[in-house]
Ligand binder design. Sequence first.
Ligand code: C5P
Length: 336
Amino acid sequence: MSVTRSATLRSLAKINLDLRVLQRREDGYHELRTVFQTISLADVIEVAYTAAKRTRFTIDDDLQIPNNLILRAADSALHAMKVSAEVRFRLKKQIPMGAGLGGGSSNAAAVLLALPVLAGRALPIEHLMELGAALGSDVPFFLDGGTAIGLGRGTEMYALPDIRREPILLLTSGIHVGTAQAYQSLSEKLTSQSVSPKINNFRIYTRTLMATRSAGAASAQSANDFESAVFGLHPQLKRLYDRLRKACAKSVTVRMTGSGSALFVVFESIAERDRVRAVMASGGLNEDARVLSANLVNGSGYRQLWRRQLGAHISSLKKQQPRQRQQWPLQSRYAT
Ligand code: C5P
């Protein structure tokens, strides 16, 4: 009987600090310019891996999510490594679904990062990126985390240097926005718009973000092209947006993440975030709405988290050369 190797993974959510949709491409996807950012809100995935003659997956998931990306990611990772195993998952979902927070994509990436370490195999990051892109447009981002520019359909990723770990407030509404529907309703307006001002404004945003290393300070230059289309589809979301704006100081920007429906604000101080949180919580929100506090997790924080949660299974940092310590993804101590 083979040994079972287990780990408990925090699978972080993301926000889009900025998101510009340029035009529809021939393959049906839209050309994007976005800045992805991991945040501390997380699902918890317990995984237990046992080498076996025949592959078998089980998942214990309170919400019974159909066609769970965790299983599809596990299947593609095992195929790529040419191993068979019994893999048991337990998912504790905390990231609201259909909210633009990337929960499903993050779960898939967590599985792609963890299984090779538990199995004692190495899959290079380029290979993982390919497997991730086949599962969903946001999956490749979570293989690196931190702050990154996404181009193309969102899968062409360029990591940015660390920014400050600022506090944020999230406002979720229970309104489920279908990604494909959001793109479709936006798409009708895109043909008449020129892309060059969008690219210029995206450049101004990223330049400001890098000059200040503060998403709070840069937020005045940010945009999310989905906002007006999605607010048109869901007027109650626009009302929530207006309420959150009113609760914040004038200089502060409220943004929607992805194609919605979660709204967020990046603050430069915890005290101001907590003040706005109290105003929103006392304001009689409807019962599906939730106000959540979190903070930005930069690239260093993301790697630290992964080193901690796979600590027992990765090769000891002390035995590695300085160059190897920078290696990503993490290397399994069972690798042969
Ligand atoms: O890749 P993912 O499964 O996340 O995409 C869901 C849907 O969102 C796609 O089928 C497509 O309609 C739309 N989409 C798009 N352009 C992108 C990403 C997604 O049109 N860059």
